[in-house]
Design a protein around this ligand. Sequence first.
Ligand code: PMP
Length: 388
Amino acid sequence: MKDRTLLMIPGPIEFEPAVLGALGAPTTSHVAPEFIEAFGQALERMRKVWLCPSGQPFVIAGSGTLAMDLAGANLIEPGDKALVLSTGVFGDRFEDLLTRYGAQVTVLRAPLGGTIPLEEVETTLKDGTYKLMAFTHVDTSTGVRVDPQPLGALGRKYDVLTVLDGVCSVAGEELRQEEWGIDVALTASQKAIGVPPGLALLVAGPRAMAAWRSRKTPVGNYYVDWSKWLPIMEAYEARKPSYFGTPAVNLVCALNVSLGQILNEGMEARFVRHRKLGQACQAAIGALGLSQVPTSHEYAAFTLTAPYYPENVTGQDLLPKVKVAGAILAGGLHPQIKARYFRIGHMGTTKPGDLLATIGALEAGLLGCGFKFEPGVGVAAAQRVLLG
Ligand code: PMP
């Protein structure tokens, strides 16, 4: 029997052998020709994955929070007004982060599991004084997805920079950065991008770069200052050696392999696969009689599912049993409901069979906890969607 427990949390995810191979290969110099080629190619591929041909990609060692820091530090000057649309923990993190850089932050906070009506966003932006609007494409703490397209349009209409936290969406959920007018889209390596944790990834569009260029004050954070990193990204893309801080050589090589795989699948096919996986998982959860944190299917994410535990079942009881049955799931994260729900990740490398195995393991765990249902109903509901 294969000794393998599926890692089905909303990041880190299961990684492809070729990606892990690149990670485990002998480390080269950061100015070796083969590394320069891999880095340059990775930057070119990011534009295609983000669907942002005019964007400037940045790859910097760190986690997704560092990518958020890159956006905040480079685009905010003390006193700037920022609007944060919060659909969970990570929206709240943006409030904290932008405040550190001196922004006057207004937060529109969605009810738990809900979204913010567009009219409310527009009414707020109408006062005409906002420089930047930040929002979370998929908030991993609630499983709520917001639609970036109308927010990008509002950003254009009111001349406000839009910053999309795509840590739980980029390369999974449909995102067309340039067409939708999103100025910054950021993520981290460990989710749908399919590379072990350690890289902050960001693509900045021309309006974001122009806003940074016209700053009156220096960026108040040394490590993330684009004036340090832009020449480095440009040099690697021009296939020239350069140095500011040592790049995470093996992670960048692994990133290039994974981006190549993503583009081989194709962005359109990838969006469709994720939509199917999300809908299949949600159908399974519904068939098992569990409710979910997002209050409507309309805005339930396709990269993760966030079900509530059934009555009288706890995470401490359920999750270890699901693990024994073959799948590792994540507990809750949102402080208001942390102990009442769990999360299933299905992004990046997830295949239909992985999801069916996961739902099977969840059924085994639920039965082990004494929850009553017809065994197989969840798997059957998922399968119907996957085959439909
Ligand atoms: N934003 C979102 C939507 C996330 O899901 C996460 C990580 N779960 C982050 C930001 C922060 O990323 P990291 O943990 O890599 O710093």
